[in-house]
Design a protein around this ligand. Structure first.
Ligand SMILES: Cc1cc2nc3c(=O)[nH]c(=O)nc-3n(C[C@H](O)[C@H](O)[C@H](O)COP(=O)(O)OP(=O)(O)OC[C@H]3O[C@@H](n4cnc5c(N)ncnc54)[C@H](O)[C@@H]3O)c2cc1C
Length: 460
């Protein structure tokens, strides 16, 4: 690696987003000896933290055991070794599911890796949000930032992650804003809730479960009502080992995809080791199968079975499930199978449900999942990116990319100098949400970028 140099007018590489995917890409670029003076990172946060690891809440734990938090396949045990120095007796699942550390500790590990490669000395980090990307002359990318500045880059990587939750459409004008908790991912607002308040949690995914564990440890006395469309919570993580599962058949349709899943999943509850071992075996052969499905079949599967996939795929840390079970057993917590349709003024809040009338409560805690990525929407509208399922669908499915992570433009051709990694690629590349699968994408993109950038440097 070279020493910090004056920064170029047009950066050879811009990374849009400053979370985990950006950090792990930089770590892999550094490993390949990439000149990091050439890189600008755009994002308002601290590099590496993002939505998942930007929390300081001690009850917000990883939902994956320690040996699966792999950022480099050449050194798969690294996090396990690093984490062994932590003093966190509650990390261990007493039922043998493994160690589930605090997310803020994983953030420290990522920051340690960034420091090890001295990455922040070399890169330029612009603390802003990108709100448009346009093609300039010479094929450069002109990235407009929310504070008015423009950044020019010869190549760019979209690493914008999961869009921030947004359930504003549920909130009536007269609703008391201070009783509605809208930013669940950092967990900061939980400490401001009075111990006797009746809290209604909107959503039953891992974000809601994080909050439940926090309430439990805070010895919250008030009632907790959790409203989720099918009344089901994610299964608890068990001690699984990946089964060896044959590849999906060829050619592949949506119904054959489902049949293959059914055929290889045992008749056992999803919160058992045997079921989870088979499911993880299927996940290992899924990326190849997913890329072989037509966009029509992918869309059919996501729209019809996406909810079930999310439920089974995002399994809960054992600590959260044990706390919830305890609170249900002592009638402090109830789960309502329904959909929240509005939140308005009441006593002090009234939450209207689609089927079960309304619930009066003190606090609404919104944990209803990721919102929409406005940058991606603008890129699709401008023809810079293609929606994976056609123009008429919403941007929550990310962008269309090829197997090499290069974005497809409105004309269906691959942009040679614009890539995406992480959650924005899931519609095309399958289940790319967890730490290790994003790290694999980052490693592979870094390998691609190194020769490209060397050629670019020689040209300039
Ligand atoms: C609450 C939560 C918990 C999770 N827990 C786990 C776990 O335990 N284990 C696991 O393997 N995975 C977990 N995940 C999955 C998670 O998707 C990945 O682990 C990883 O954090 C995703 O990294 P990312 O960089 O793509 O997104 P992020 O880390 O969220 O980073 C994206 C960053 O880009 C910024 N950004 C977005 N748009 C723009 C823009 N237009 N301009 C500039 N900046 C922008 C965002 O503000 C954010 O800081 C969790 C996800 C969430 C949301």
């Amino acid at each position: 690696m070279t020493s910090p140099n004056p920064k170029p007018d047009a950066f050879p590489l811009a990374i849009i987003g400053d979370g985990y995917a950006a950090a792990v890409l930089l770590i892999h670029l550094a490993k390949h000896g990439f000149d990091l003076n050439q890189v600008v990172v755009i994002g308002k946060g601290q590099l590496g933290l993002g939505a998942a690891y930007g929390t300081e809440h001690p009850d917000f734990r990883l939902n994956v055991r320690d040996d699966l938090m792999i950022i480099d396949d050449d050194n798969p045990e690294d996090f396990v070794h690093w984490a062994s120095q932590l003093d966190d007796p509650n990390a261990e699942d007493p039922e043998g599911g493994g160690k589930f550390y605090q997310r803020r500790d994983f953030a420290r590990y990522v920051r340690h890796m960034l420091a090890k490669h001295d990455i922040e000395t070399f890169i330029t980090h612009i603390k802003a949000r990108a709100n448009r990307i346009a093609r300039g002359h010479n094929g450069n990318w002109i990235i407009s930032l929310d504070h008015g500045q423009k950044v020019t880059a010869r190549a760019a990587v979209l690493a914008t992650g999961n869009p921030t939750p947004n359930a504003d459409h549920l909130i009536c004008e007269n609703a008391p804003a201070d009783r509605i908790h809208r930013t669940p991912w950092d967990g900061k607002s939980i400490a401001t809730i009075a111990p006797d308040d009746h809290v209604l949690l909107v959503g039953g995914g891992l974000t809601a479960l994080d909050a439940c564990l926090a309430f439990y440890h805070a010895k919250h006395k008030g009632k907790l009502t959790l409203v989720t469309p099918r009344g089901l919570l994610p299964p608890r993580q068990r001690d699984w080992t990946k089964d060896s599962i044959p590849d999906f058949p060829e050619p592949l349709t949506a119904s054959q995809f489902v049949r293959h899943m059914r055929q290889h999943l045992p008749i056992a509850p999803p919160d058992t080791s045997v079921w989870q071992s088979a499911f993880e075996g299927l996940r290992a052969v899924l990326p190849d199968a997913w890329s072989r499905l037509s966009p029509f079949c992918r869309k059919r599967l996501i729209t019809r079975l996406g909810w079930l996939w999310s439920l089974l795929r995002y399994r809960a840390a054992p600590q959260a499930m044990a706390a919830i079970q305890d609170m249900i057993n002592c009638n402090q917590m109830e789960i309502i199978s329904d959909r929240v349709i509005s939140i308005g003024k009441g006593a002090p809040l009234t939450v209207a449900l689609a089927q079960h009338g309304s619930v009066a409560c003190d606090i609404a805690y919104l944990a209803s999942g990721p919102g929409h990525d406005t940058l991606i929407q603008t890129m699709i509208n401008d023809g810079i990116a293609l929606s994976p399922f056609g123009k008429d669908t919403q941007n929550r499915f990310g962008v269309a990319v090829g197997d090499d992570y290069a974005l497809l433009g409105a004309d269906g051709n691959t942009a040679q100098t614009l890539w995406a990694i992480g959650p924005p690629t899931i519609a095309c590349l399958g289940d790319v949400v967890g730490v290790s699968s994003i790290a694999r994408q980052a490693a592979s993109l870094a390998q691609q970028l190194c020769p490209t950038m060397t050629r670019e440097k020689a040209k300039s």
